[in-house]
Design a protein around this ligand. Structure first.
Ligand SMILES: *Cc1c(COP(=O)(O)O)cnc(C)c1O
Length: 362
């Protein structure tokens, strides 16, 4: 059985080298005679992996000791809750920028804890086809933070440049584009990402938190729900998802071996150029609903002239070895999720298939 081209939106493709190394070490991790899954999270073997994974993430982001990297559970969905729970109360306010389904989910939870100002929304007709401009933002000067979703997995939009918010820290759900391009981490009080899109397997959520923002988190919460506990205990307050953290460690090594954020950005821009180039080459046949300056380099969405053609595209794509081309059930169409793992050579193959499909079914 050949491996296929995996465009699944999440959980998603993991580099073959990472899977192979995990396979090699599965039964005997670093000479311990047991698997990393069977090791105590207090063992020196596991702790080394845990700390090295954190160091690699810091190195890739270019951040120093004024940030902490946490490995939490509960997915990005728990961060929708933990962020407002740690920073808001009935007298505190936050700004939320709404650019899609996941922003809406974050907003819903935040409203339980504090007063939320919707600084901008691109919801028009539920279509979310763009990222708002800086000039559209109505920021609340008394906000504790400004929350945004850096890449909208379902609608195929992505912030090309993050907004400026003065002294108010940004908090970002980076689940579907974390470590995919260069950016300035300094304005961010907190970034979070479920690993299953761009970092590894499901089960671990990476939270990067700046020390001065951490200091403002509420310490009077149940222990497992305050950031203070996890920062103080180095994410070993309770048993972490050891195997998932280990695969994240291998994946981060792969990112560094492929040029870090510089390498990822180059790779992702090349892929975007290839795929959007193919879409734009067949106007009226392939149509991307997203504004050009808001196009995502991670999740590329497009339509064909009819739903029948879209079904045929997904079906024939699958037969040709391209998995996961179907758009999210809420929006339909086609979605190509091409996180860091996917190389330009895979997109070249897909582009050939698209050209062929358009010629045969034009
Ligand atoms: C997938 C996704 C989520 C949901 O993550 P879970 O880890 O399943 O909670 C949240 N935000 C974005 C942007 C996503 O793509």
């Amino acid at each position: 059985m050949e491996r296929v081209c995996n465009f699944n939106p999440g959980p998603s493709a993991i580099p073959l080298e990472v899977l192979q190394q995990a396979k090699e070490e599965l039964l005997n991790f670093r000479g311990s005679g047991i698997s990393v899954m069977e090791t105590s999270h207090r063992s020196k073997e596991y702790e080394a992996v845990h700390n090295e994974a954190q160091e690699k993430i810091k190195k890739i982001l270019g951040i120093g000791d004024d940030f902490k990297v946490l490995f939490l559970q509960g997915g990005a969905s728990l961060q929708f809750v933990m962020v407002p729970m740690n920073y808001l109360d009935k007298d505190k306010r936050a700004d939320y920028i709404i650019t899609g389904y996941w922003s809406e989910r974050a907003l819903k939870e935040a409203k339980r804890f504090g007063t939320i100002n919707i600084a901008a929304t691109t919801e028009q007709d539920k279509k979310y086809t763009r990222i708002p401009k800086q000039s559209e933002l109505k920021l609340d000067p008394s906000a504790v933070y400004v929350h945004l979703t850096s890449n909208n997995t379902i609608f195929g939009t992505q912030w090309a440049n993050f907004p400026t918010t003065g002294n108010i820290p940004l908090v970002a759900d980076m689940s579907s584009d974390f470590l995919s391009k260069k950016f300035d981490p300094k304005p961010f009080g907190l970034m979070y990402a479920g690993a299953q899109k761009n970092l590894g397997p499901a089960g671990v959520t990476v939270v990067v938190i700046r020390d001065d923002f951490l200091a403002k988190a509420n310490p009077d919460l149940p222990s497992v729900l305050t950031y203070h506990t996890h920062a103080k205990e180095n994410s070993l307050y309770n048993t972490p998802p050891c195997f998932a953290v280990y695969v994240v460690y291998l994946f981060m090594e792969w990112v560094l071996d492929h040029g870090g954020l510089d390498g990822m950005e180059k790779r992702n821009q090349e892929k975007g150029g290839l795929l959007y180039g193919a879409i734009d080459k067949y106007p009226g046949y392939y149509t991307c609903p997203v504004d050009k300056d808001s196009r995502s380099l991670m999740n590329v969405v497009f339509r064909l002239p009819t739903e029948q053609l879209e079904d045929a595209f997904v079906k024939q794509g699958k037969a040709a070895g391209f998995l996961g081309l179907k758009g999210h059930r809420s929006v339909g169409g086609i979605r190509v999720s091409m996180y860091n793992t996917i190389g330009p050579e895979v997109i070249k193959e897909l582009v050939c298939f698209m050209e062929d499909f358009a010629k045969k079914n034009g």
